[in-house]
Design a protein around this ligand. Structure first.
Ligand code: HEC
Length: 323
């Protein structure tokens, strides 16, 4: 919300600048928070001055009012009558005056002098027959002009006096910081991203602990608490239906073998979690649990070890070879 406010202010600044060309963007250096509000606003003299100024204003207004009354009282009776008559006439006109549209045009759109009275506002120069009318400026335009002046003060207070909005350099720095944060977040998410091509087995206690947690929660029902197998095959022996090794295991868990009753876990586990549980399974290799299912599939020999090792130069991940 505040940001949008600042944007509006900035675009409006261009308009305002044409009126108040003298106030520039000179003071763009960001100041510490403590200097945000200028000293002068904390001095009581300022408010006393403003107060006095207002009192004086009231006095002046009431004085001019009484002066007006006085001068009216001093008029001769004829003149007073003439004045009354004039007022009455104006009132009459207001009652049965011009239509709404005429007034709208006169008061808001053009405020043009009626054609029959144009002679009054004709300027007295004449260039080869070209004369000039001194018509009023369109009221809407004049209001817009005043609005830009008011706006300029709001802008000045917001950015330069109270420093509640970021100036251009600050805005630039904020944007750069945001971009840097986003880049960092992207880098982090890339680090979490694991695919069958890049996967390596994890060996940190945290990763394996997390993997065990995931296994206990999701896999025990079909593969047994000790991975010896029940509905699903034994995961501790040398024999694999879909191939052993971290890559194949990762692929099977990710995609599943739906036709054989092993579901795909990619909608329930993140790649990182699948990597953790796959790594955990590898640590149980050869544990030979009691009541384990007889081997199924083919004996898997880790023939990819050497290539996997050269693939994985990553420092925090080591291939777990048969233990
Ligand atoms: C509903 C029962 C069921 C659940 C739950 C289950 N699996 Fe399986 N899983 C199976 C079956 C059945 C197979 C055999 C698929 C085949 O024959 O290709 C299998 C195969 C596997 C394989 C490949 C084994 C091989 O020899 O190729 C792995 C690895 C595996 N599951 C891991 C997991 C993990 C990890 C989880 C938990 C996240 C899990 N499974 C949950 C039923 C299950």
């Amino acid at each position: 919300m505040k940001n949008r406010f600042n944007k509006i202010l900035h675009s409006g600044f261009l308009l305002a600048a044409s009126n108040l060309t003298s106030f520039g963007q000179g003071a763009v250096t960001p100041t510490p928070a403590t200097e945000k509000v200028p000293e002068i606003f904390f001095q009581s003299e300022l408010y006393l001055l403003i107060f006095l100024f207002l009192i004086m204003l009231i006095v002046i207004i009431s004085l001019t009012k009484s002066l007006k009354k006085l001068s009216y009282a001093l008029l001769s009776p004829e003149k007073r009558q003439a004045l009354e008559l004039k007022k009455e006439k104006a009132f009459e006109e207001e009652l049965h005056g011009p239509s709404f549209w005429t007034r709208f045009d006169r008061d808001i759109l053009t405020k043009a002098v009626p054609v029959e009275k144009e002679a009054d506002i004709m300027l007295d120069h004449n260039y080869d027959g070209i004369k000039e009318l001194d018509n009023n400026l369109p009221p809407w335009w004049v209001w817009g002009f005043y609005a830009t002046i008011i706006f300029a003060f709001v802008y000045l207070a917001h950015y330069h006096l109270f420093r509640t909005g970021p100036l251009q350099t600050e805005e630039y720095n904020i944007a750069m910081q945001e971009a840097a944060d986003q880049a960092k977040a992207r880098e982090l998410s890339m680090k979490d991203f694991v695919s069958a091509e890049t996967i390596t087995a994890l060996n940190t206690p945290e990763a394996l602990g997390a993997g065990k947690g995931i296994y206990d929660k999701n896999c025990v029902a079909c593969h047994g608490a000790e991975l010896g197998g029940s509905v699903g095959p034994n995961l501790t022996d040398d024999f694999w239906i879909n191939g052993g090794g971290i890559r194949n295991i990762f692929k099977v868990i990710t995609e599943g073998v739906p036709a054989k009753g092993m579901i795909s876990w990619k909608s329930q586990l993140t790649p990182k979690q699948i990597q953790q549980v796959a790594s955990f399974i590898l640590t149980k290799h050869g544990s030979n649990p009691v009541g384990g299912k007889e081997p199924q599939g083919e004996k898997y020999v880790e023939e990819m070890i050497s290539s996997q090792l050269t693939d994985s130069i990553s420092v925090d991940s080591i291939i777990i070879v048969n233990q």
